[in-house]
Design a protein around this ligand. Structure first.
Ligand SMILES: [Zn+2]
Length: 405
C-alpha cells in the first residue's frame, strides 16, 4: 500500500513535470512574431537599412562575389550580441565567414542542439535579396535566438548561420568537420532552408531525414511537435532526404540532422533570381514554419521547468568554449560573472598538472576574455588535450581544449 502510494506520487510528480515542459514549449512557440521575422527579413534583403558601426548600410546582396557581402556577418554578430549571446565569426577558405552564437546549457552543457541556416545567397551581381532562399531561414534562426535566449535549457544551443552553402555547403562542412575532429557531442541539427514560400496556402512542407545517427527519430520529433502544439503545417517526410543543403554536412560526419523546407512540388518561381524578395513571402506559412523549428529546438534542448531553479541555477556564471579550437599557438577563453567574485582560471594537462594560471584575482560582474598563448607557457607545450578550469565563488567548470602544432 505504501509502495503503491510512493509510485503514485512519483507518477504524479513526473506527470506534473511533463505538463510543465509542454506549457513552457507552448509559451516559446506563442512568442514567435511574424512582425519580428519580417523586420529581420527586410534588413537581410536590403529592403530596410541597418546601422553597422554607426553607418547606415543596406544589405543589397549576401553573395560571395558582391562587394557588400562582408556587411552581413557584421550585422549577424551585432544581432546576437544585442541578445547578450557570445557570438563567433569563423573564417574558412579565403572568403567564407560563418557566424554562430552559443547559449550554454545548464546540466548538459557539453551536448549541443544546433538550429541553423545558410545566410549566403544567389544570384551573383550587385543585387540579390534572397528572401526565401535563405533570408527566411536566417531570420528564423535570429528569431529563435531572441526567444530561446530568455529561457534556460539542459543542453547547449548553438545558433549557426553558414556562408557559401550555394557554392557547395562549404561553411557547414567546415564547421561539421571541425566539430567531428574535436569530438563534439551534437544531439540534433535543425536546418532551415527556404521556409517562406507557399503559393496556394496549403501549408505543405517537408522534413528531410536519413538513416544516419538519430536523424529518423529527429524527423519523427518534427511531426510530433507539429501535432502536439497544433502548429498546422501539412508535413511530409522525405527519406532518404535531399543532400542539397547544410544538414547533409552533418550527416557526412554521422550527426543527427534534419532539413525543414517548403514542399518541392510547389517550388519557388523566383528561386535564385533578383525577384526573390519579401513581397513573395507567405506570412502565415512562414510563421508556422518558424514556430515548428523553435518547438523542435526547444524540445531537443529540454527547457528547465521550475523557474525558481532557473533563477537560482548559477547559469549566469559561464565558462565558454574557447575559440579557436583546436588552436596553435593562441586561443581566447571567455567567461561571464553574474556577481563580483574571487576568480581563478587555470590550464591543466592530461595528468592534472597545472601548466598556467591565466587569472587569479577579485573581479567585478561582467564578461571577460583571457588569452592563452601556448608557446609562452611552461616552456613550450606539446600537442594534445588540455583542460581549463574556472572557479568563481562556488561556481566551478572545466572545459577541454586541443593544441595542434
Ligand atoms: Zn538555400
Amino acid at each position: 500500500m505504501k509502495k503503491s502510494f510512493t509510485i503514485l506520487c512519483l507518477f504524479l510528480l513526473s506527470s506534473y513535470a511533463v505538463a510543465q515542459t509542454i506549457q513552457t514549449i507552448q509559451s516559446i512557440i506563442n512568442k514567435v512574431s511574424i512582425d519580428t521575422l519580417m523586420n529581420n527579413l527586410r534588413e537581410l534583403t536590403g529592403d530596410k537599412p541597418v546601422i553597422l558601426n554607426n553607418v547606415s548600410t543596406s544589405l543589397l546582396s549576401r553573395n560571395r562575389y558582391s562587394a557588400g557581402n562582408s556587411y552581413t556577418p557584421i550585422y549577424l554578430m551585432q544581432k546576437f550580441s544585442r541578445l547578450g549571446l557570445v557570438s563567433f565569426q569563423q573564417n574558412f577558405m579565403s572568403d567564407g565567414q560563418n557566424v554562430y552564437a552559443i547559449q550554454n546549457g545548464t546540466t548538459k552543457s557539453n551536448q549541443y542542439v544546433i538550429i541553423c541556416a545558410h545566410y549566403d545567397n544567389m544570384p551573383s551581381g550587385g543585387f540579390a535579396p534572397g528572401a526565401d532562399d535563405n533570408g527566411s531561414g536566417t531570420a528564423a534562426v535570429l528569431e529563435a535566438a531572441r526567444i530561446l535566449s530568455k529561457y534556460n535549457f539542459e543542453y547547449t544551443i548553438i545558433y549557426a548561420l553558414w556562408d557559401l552553402e550555394e557554392y557547395g555547403l562549404y561553411g557547414s562542412n567546415y564547421y561539421a568537420s571541425e566539430a567531428s575532429f574535436r569530438g563534439d557531442n551534437i544531439v540534433a541539427v535543425i536546418n532551415l532552408d527556404m521556409i517562406a514560400w507557399d503559393s496556394n496556402n496549403d501549408y505543405k512542407a517537408e522534413v528531410h531525414t536519413r538513416n544516419v545517427s538519430n536523424s529518423l527519430e529527429l524527423g519523427l520529433l518534427v511531426h510530433d511537435v507539429n501535432s502536439k502544439y497544433s502548429i498546422g503545417i501539412n508535413l511530409f517526410t522525405s527519406n532518404p532526404g535531399s543532400t542539397a543543403s547544410d544538414h547533409a554536412s552533418f550527416w557526412r560526419f554521422n550527426y543527427p540532422a534534419v532539413l525543414l523546407i517548403e514542399i518541392m512540388s510547389d517550388f519557388n518561381l523566383y528561386y535564385h533570381k533578383t525577384t526573390d524578395d519579401i513581397t513573395k513571402v507567405n506570412k502565415t506559412f512562414y510563421e508556422k514554419m518558424t514556430k515548428l523549428a523553435l518547438g523542435v529546438t526547444a524540445t531537443s534542448a529540454v527547457p528547465i521547468q521550475n523557474t525558481s531553479v532557473a533563477q537560482t541555477f548559477p547559469s549566469e556564471f559561464q565558462l565558454y568554449q574557447h575559440y579557436p579550437n583546436p588552436f596553435n599557438p593562441e586561443t581566447t577563453i571567455s567567461y561571464k560573472l553574474q556577481a563580483p567574485s574571487k576568480v581563478s582560471l587555470k590550464v591543466f594537462d592530461l595528468f592534472s598538472r597545472e601548466v598556467a594560471t591565466l587569472v587569479n584575482e577579485y573581479q567585478q560582474t561582467g564578461t571577460y576574455n583571457s588569452q592563452f598563448l601556448a608557446s609562452l607557457e611552461a616552456g613550450q607545450l606539446s600537442s594534445g588535450i588540455y583542460f581549463y578550469t574556472l572557479r568563481a565563488g562556488n561556481f566551478l567548470q572545466t572545459r577541454k581544449m586541443l593544441l595542434i602544432k
